[in-house]
Every structure is written in C-alpha cells, then in structure tokens.
Ligand binder design. Structure first.
Ligand SMILES: Nc1ncnc2c1ncn2[C@@H]1O[C@H](COP(=O)(O)OP(=O)(O)OP(=O)(O)O)[C@@H](O)[C@H]1O
Length: 255
C-alpha cells in the first residue's frame, strides 16, 4: 500500500519540437504524505514551476507518472480533480481580475464546482483567511498586497481542496507581510489537514513551511532534506552546499 498522497515517478517534462526540444524536468521522483508540506528549491529556471504546473494539470505534456492517493492522475483533468488540487500563484496583482468584486472572485469556483451554501461558504472562507465579510464588496485595487494574497488563498480553499500548490506565494509581497501570509498558510494546513507542494527560491521560507525539501539543479532533484538538515548544512551534494551558502548564509549555519 502506497502511503504517499502525491507521488511523482520518473517525471520528465520537455518543451518544443524536433531539434529545439528541451527537457526541463529530468527523472524527478518524490512523494508527499497526506497533511505534509513539500518544498522545491533551486535556481531560477531549474524546473520548479514546471513540476507544479504538471501536478496542477496546466501542463498535460509530461512523461512518467503522477498519482494522487495511489490512483494515476490523468493528463487531462476533470472537474473533480480541479476541486481536489488548487493552486496559489506568486503575484496576487496579476491573478485577481481588476474588475471583479471579491464576492464574485469567490463565487465563481463555487458555481463551477456546483457547490451549495455559497454565501455561507464565502463568509466562512473570508473569516478563515482573516478578513471580515465587508471584504466581499471590495475590488482588488481597494486591497493591500497581503489582503489580495489572502483573497487568492480564499479562492483556492473555498472549494475545499486537499492539495494546495504554492508557487512563490509571498515573493511579490513586502517583507513585513510575508511572515503573516506564511503563518496563515501554516495554520490553514494544520486546521484543514491540507497537503502542500510549494516552490520557492527563498530557503528561509521553505525551511519555515516544509517538512521535506528537494534541491533542484538543471531539471533534476539532486537531494532531499529536512528543514533541520538544511539549517545545519547537513547536505550530501557540493552543489547544495554552495547554493545554500550563497542564498542564505544568515539562515544556514554553513562552515
Ligand atoms: N511553456 C514553456 N515553453 C518553453 N519553455 C518553457 C516553458 N515553461 C518553462 N520553460 C522553460 O523551462 C525551464 C524551467 O522553467 P521553470 O519556470 O520551471 O523554472 P523555475 O525553476 O520555476 O524558475 P523560476 O524560479 O525563475 O520561476 C526554463 O528554462 C524555462 O524557460
């Protein structure tokens, strides 16, 4: 019996055709237990977001297998899978439609999924992300960056998914609000038993959020570490040591 909630096996993802075809994710293997949080970290362009997009169903063109609760995830997704797997993007300014009131931002996924008790669900999810129900009547330009990201998180969670994909969820935010949003995400995971797959180039963020971290280089997962191993520089690969030392010497105790 596979105790993984999400499992990627020999995941390969390429773009382009013929001679211009480039493989950007190479033989990636990882799994996440239910309720756990898994981070992908590495330099820009190493393939982190490409993995996330394949899991989200936004990039059906992959080889290898992805399974959810032991069942293969089909390359073409149906509605029930979009309900189970939701994504929060990096930039809440770009991901919220400027002319859509918060109420309608949150109503849309409920309508698409055909869920009942819509007003109650909207009030509940606003409260869960720390906003009172008057926010239903605001437009994105009337919100701060942190409030927008709270709405983006509410939009993802209003359909009660099991797996949340987080693509640099705080890197577009002021440092002062980053920690608030990360703490909110940690609390929501605990309270709702959510499973997270998260991408970040920020080691401090990943160490704060994840139970297990995969270091990527040129499309490959080089090694997987716990946050403690990360903090203490207990790594196997020279590349990881260099990456950690260059990225966050103040967070990691690397000699
Ligand atoms: N749709 C696409 N078509 C062609 N190439 C793509 C496509 N999407 C991504 N790539 C390429 O795949 C590689 C990996 O990109 P990806 O966005 O996954 O990297 P990343 O590690 O998430 O980087 P970043 O931290 O900058 O977001 C890059 O070289 C990128 O140019």
């Amino acid at each position: 019996m596979d105790n993984a909630y999400l499992r990627a096996t020999s995941l390969n993802i390429a773009f382009g055709h013929g001679r211009s075809r480039v493989t950007v994710v190479k033989d990636a293997d990882f799994h996440i237990a239910k309720g756990h949080s898994f981070g992908l970290i590495g330099e820009s362009g190493c393939g982190k977001s490409t993995i996330l997009r394949a899991v989200a169903g936004l990039n059906p063109d992959y080889e290898g297998s992805l399974t959810l609760n032991g069942a293969a995830l089909p390359h073409k997704r149906d509605k029930s899978l979009y309900r189970k797997i939701q994504m929060v993007f990096q930039d809440p300014y770009a991901s919220l439609h400027p002319r859509k009131m918060v109420q309608n931002v949150l109503l849309e996924p409920l309508e698409i999924m055909g869920l009942d008790r819509r007003q109650a669900r909207i009030d509940d999810i606003l409260a869960a992300v720390g906003l009172d129900s008057s926010f239903r009547f605001r437009y994105p330009h009337e919100l701060s960056g942190g409030q927008r990201q709270r709405i983006a998180i509410a939009r993802a969670l209003v359909v009660e998914p099991e797996l949340l994909l987080l693509d640099e969820p705080t890197s577009a935010l002021d440092v002062s609000v980053q920690a608030e949003i990360l703490n909110l995400l940690n609390r929501l995971r605990r309270e709702r038993g959510l499973t997270y797959l998260m991408v970040s180039h920020d080691i401090a963020v990943i160490a704060h959020m994840c139970d297990q971290v995969a270091i990527m280089k040129d499309g490959r997962i080089l090694e997987q570490l716990t946050p403690d191993q990360l903090r203490h520089g207990a790594v196997e690969e020279d590349y990881t040591r260099q990456f950690l030392a260059a990225s966050a010497p103040e967070v990691m105790r690397i000699d």
